[in-house]
Design a protein around this ligand. Structure first.
Ligand SMILES: Nc1ncnc2c1ncn2[C@@H]1O[C@H](COP(=O)(O)OP(=O)(O)O)[C@@H](O)[C@H]1O
Ligand SMILES: [Mg+2]
Length: 224
């Protein structure tokens, strides 16, 4: 399964979600790969430190991207693509190759405006691919008592993309974990609130795929 984290905006949490999703799937025993297509290389550098057993590839052109994904999907259960900030060729290629597109947005008017562009590119990929990839908006950096966060939660369903029910709170643990080269799920008590948010979100987004793959694996073991 190929999953891409994308948005036209930078700083919304693409690399944070891509890195955490890759490690979360790896920790459940899956062969996992990360394809970093952002020139800043945030997620690939982070994964090297956090979990060196995850396969890492980088790609700077649509052609490299296609080649990497084709090579990775046959040998891995999950391939996570981290897109650059922007919806140009590289992101479009990732969308066309993906089964699921995750769009993080944070509570800011600029992020809300970015959803229209993301929806257009998603529909383009779906038109080419007969409905694939599935798209989900993920509300990230949400603050409990913040007016914009509450407005975003109420208004998000009208933005034209299906919204994940689980939101991700704005928590210092994400920044601290990144600085220490780890992820919130491996950060002990300091990361426990953040890890709980992500556990709920990832189960919602890929729980069915995880269960299917676990069943296939169990059957293969039973059949010798
Ligand atoms: N839920 C969150 N709570 C707090 N900080 C966050 C959260 N998600 C991301 N961040 C921080 O926001 C910044 C941008 O995140 P990043 O994942 O690099 O975004 P992008 O890849 O979209 O540019 C980073 O400093 C990251 O640690
Ligand atoms: Mg990034």
């Amino acid at each position: 399964m190929m999953i891409v984290c994308a948005n036209s905006k930078g700083g919304v949490g693409k690399s944070t979600l891509a890195t955490h999703l890759a490690v979360w799937l790896f920790d459940q025993g899956f062969q996992t790969a990360l394809l970093d297509t952002d020139k800043q290389r945030s997620s690939s550098q982070w994964i090297v430190e956090a979990e060196p057993k995850i396969t890492i590839r980088v790609a700077d052109t649509p052609e490299e991207c296609l080649k990497s994904v084709q090579g990775l999907v046959s040998s891995h259960d999950f391939v996570i693509g981290d897109a650059p900030g922007g919806l140009e060729d590289l992101s479009r290629t990732l969308f066309i190759l993906a089964d699921l597109a995750i769009f993080p947005i944070s509570p800011s008017i600029l992020d809300v405006r970015s959803v229209a562009g993301a929806t257009t590119v998603l529909r383009y990929a779906q038109g080419i691919n007969g409905g694939r990839p599935d798209g989900r908006l993920v509300l990230n950096k949400m603050k409990t008592r913040d007016t914009i966060s509450q407005e975003l939660k109420v208004g998000a369903p009208q933005l034209g993309l299906q919204v994940a029910q689980h939101v991700v709170r704005d928590l210092q643990a994400y920044r601290d974990a990144a600085q220490q080269g780890t992820v919130v799920g491996r950060f002990g008590r300091k990361g426990s609130h953040a890890a709980a948010d992500l556990d709920g979100l990832f189960r919602e987004l890929v729980g069915d795929a995880v269960t299917n793959k676990q069943n296939v694996r169990r059957q293969n073991v039973e059949n010798g």
